[in-house]
Design a protein around this ligand. Structure first.
Ligand code: TXA
Ligand code: MG
Length: 340
């Protein structure tokens, strides 16, 4: 374990960079963030440049205290109090009507702003030390799998930012659930760690944004329309009945091997030994998707490090945490998901 005072010093140093308008990467419980002063247009513009992020994709402002919220948003709906009391700090981003003072670059010119209070102690301490909200997308180059370790950030952003705060592996491994509170019923714009059932006791019935589920509908969360989470390897995903799924992956492995490709499989522990790929990594047990969420992005990156060209992945059932996982996998695989 790190000695506390050196961690404290690193956070102070990081806050100093942020104060000067520089960017730093920091850990959160979901994924690592690329942080900048959330009230400085210039720092936020730097975030877009550094990641190669499309300018119409707004940023999340991270706060450390509920009192900071009223300076950022025009109105706080009644239910929001209960939602925040129970689920913040944590992997939930809430979308509100934005105050006019929020930099346009943060909201991508829109009239709403996304706000999250992360639970990672280093993230909270960094925000407190800056004394202002931190704007932070995931700390990857746009289009790549999100980083869940300091090394992942280093791989993508070395030489581009002055500092990466290392907080170990992100506990959750996929990004926050984004919930739009500006219209009733509230809508999930991006599925994540908290699912519909987790939100229901505090938010009532929440729906999925049509842009998430309907082919061709325009998503309200611009991030949903971009290519995302893709390693260099080509990803193919197979889901559905277990025997059919295993058989199909075994068949496809033979096919790709015969063509001379280096293959990899991400498999549930129950089926792990059934695959003879060049590289295998486990998604944990099929009985709970907590491990799968935790390792998915890091395994996709690891397959690239191992020079795998074709990655075959066992998919999740689309309920609970499986909804968020499949949302990421559909993008990683550019839609190559076969239902069996
Ligand atoms: O877990 C997370 O949310 C991580 C950590 C670092 O906090 N952050 C993250 O940020 O995933 P990013 O920028 O990679 O994804 C933010 C998502 C995008 O899909 C974006 O379109 C959406 O949130 N978003 C941001 N502001 C929005 C707004 N005002 N209205 C609708 N969607 C918004
Ligand atoms: Mg991202």
């Amino acid at each position: 374990m790190k000695d506390l005072s050196s961690e404290e010093e690193s956070i102070l140093e990081a806050a100093e960079y942020l104060r000067k308008g520089e960017l730093v990467a920091f850990p959160t419980e979901t994924v690592y963030g690329l942080g900048g002063d959330g009230l400085s247009s210039e720092a936020c513009r730097k975030i877009f440049e550094t990641k190669g992020r499309p300018a119409d994709n707004p940023l999340i402002l991270h706060i450390s205290n509920i009192e900071e919220l009223s300076q950022l948003v025009k109105e706080i709906p009644d239910e929001a109090g209960k939602i925040m009391e129970h689920l913040w700090p944590g992997p939930l981003t809430l979308v509100f009507k934005a105050k006019d003072s929020i930099p346009k670059v943060v909201t991508a010119g829109g009239d709403t702003v996304a706000v999250r209070m992360p639970s990672h102690p280093i993230a909270l301490s960094l925000i407190e030390k800056l004394g202002k909200p931190i704007a932070a997308p995931s700390a990857n180059i746009s289009g790549r799998p999100s980083p869940t370790k300091a090394y992942d950030v280093y791989e993508d952003l070395k030489g581009k930012i002055p500092m990466i705060l290392d907080g170990g592996e992100s506990r959750i491994g996929i990004e926050s659930t984004v919930l739009d509170l500006t219209e009733k019923p509230f809508k999930i714009l991006r599925p994540g760690y908290f699912d519909q059932e987790d939100l229901r006791p505090y938010a009532g019935l929440v729906l999925f944004d049509p842009g998430l589920i309907q082919e061709g509908a325009v998503p309200k969360s611009p991030g949903q329309k971009y290519k995302h989470y893709a390693p260099k390897a080509e990803v193919y995903c197979y889901r559905g009945e277990k025997n059919a799924r295993v058989e199909r992956i075994r068949e496809k492995l033979l096919y790709w091997k015969k063509l001379g490709f280096r293959t990899g499989v991400l498999a549930f522990s129950e089926n792990f030994d059934l695959y003879s790929a060049d590289e295998r990594l486990s998604l944990g047990s099929e009985k709970s998707y907590i491990v799968m969420a935790h390792v998915l992005f890091q395994h996709l990156r690891e397959m690239d490090r191992r020079k795998v060209q074709i990655v075959l992945v066992e998919g999740a059932e689309e309920k609970g945490l499986g909804v968020g996982i499949m949302n990421r996998l559909r993008k990683s695989s550019k839609g190559r998901v076969e239902d069996l």
